[in-house]
Design a protein around this ligand. Structure first.
Ligand code: BV8
Ligand code: ZN
Length: 254
């Protein structure tokens, strides 16, 4: 039996499914993953060095402009067949939860709801000083030209700098998102881990958490990221090809 046949059998058997996704699910939408070299202005920066409160403190315009650029890029992108497969499975009657490390809104734009964003969302902003959520007038969402740095707007309540509503390295994950994700992972029958390198903790512990709770885990990745467990199935290939093939092999009407 091929891995795809084993995965299809698991999908037919198990209706309570969690999709745990990383940057790889958005790669075919043209959103660079963290392993891809950054393009243009950002080539001389390491994402992990831009994604910290210290980086924002030291150079708010650089960090703010990077997120404006990413936000523009996401706005130009479209969900790909992998995102649609996730929402189609829910429409076909499976109990689907989406837990993502991504800060883009491609799952939502493909029809998935709710989406648990463990690391926040590009669409949100909050105040760096008083932490209150902020709102952005569209004028404040200009896209930086190459090498142009734009100062972050100010908080209407306290005048502090607005920052992206994302979780930076060294910051805690949003309590309610993490708790809700753990509850769903520990009670699912099947976890499909799509396009993640499994580096960033504590999110990277999620597939193991599902296995420990007795679930079956299907990994979808262009690299072999499986740990080789008996309840694990590795589907090698791009998410935009593999997920539609998996639904088809399982006979899911889409
Ligand atoms: C925290 C938002 C408590 C911002 C991001 C142990 C326990 C707890 C914490 C730690 C720990 N060890 C170290 C830490 C600290 C740190 C950490 O994990 N560091 C790493 C580098 C070791 N963790 C934290 O700081 C977290 N906070 O733990 O709070 C705490 C508090 C104080 C002090 C200590 C602890 C917060 C981390 C959140 C960081 N924010 N994003 C933004 O995006 O700008 S992380 C960001 O990077 C993403 O959200 C994601 O999580 C990660 C990237 O991972 P992936 O999504 O997997 O993407 P990647 O590019 O790596 O891989 C892509 C994959 O797709 C590859 O496998 C590739 O093969 C595959 N692929 C490519 N194309 C395709 C494909 N697959 C299929 N199809 C394709 N077409
Ligand atoms: Zn404020």
């Amino acid at each position: 039996m091929t891995n795809l046949q084993r995965a299809a059998e698991a999908l037919r058997a198990f209706k309570k499914v969690v999709f745990f996704t990383g940057a790889g699910i958005s790669a075919e939408s043209g959103i660079p993953t963290f392993r891809d070299k950054l393009t243009g202005l950002w080539t001389k920066h390491e994402p992990q060095r831009l994604e910290t409160a210290n980086a924002f403190r030291e150079n708010p315009a650089l960090v703010w402009s990077w997120y404006l650029w990413r936000r523009h890029h996401v706005g130009q992108a479209k969900p790909n067949p992998a995102h649609y497969s996730v929402s189609q499975l829910a429409v076909a009657g499976w109990d689907v939860s989406v837990v993502t490390q991504n800060i883009d809104d491609l799952h939502e734009r493909a029809g998935s709801s709710p989406v648990i964003h463990l690391h926040g969302s590009l669409m949100d902003v909050k105040c760096f000083a008083c932490h209150r959520p902020g709102t952005l007038a569209s004028a404040q969402l200009e896209t930086p030209e190459e090498e142009q740095l734009i100062e972050p707007p100010r908080c209407a309540r306290c005048g502090g700098k607005l920052r992206p509503g994302v979780v930076w390295f060294g910051e805690n994950l949003p309590e309610n998102s993490w708790r809700s994700a753990v509850r769903r992972v520990k009670s699912c029958e099947l976890l499909v881990s799509v396009g993640t390198s499994g580096v960033v903790m504590p999110a990277a512990a999620i597939p193991d958490m599902a296995l420990a709770a007795g679930a079956t885990v299907i990994h979808v990745n262009i690299e072999d990221v499986g740990f080789g467990g008996t309840d694990e199935i590795m589907l090698l290939g791009s998410a935009g090809m593999v997920l539609p093939a998996l639904l088809k092999a399982a006979g899911v009407a889409v």
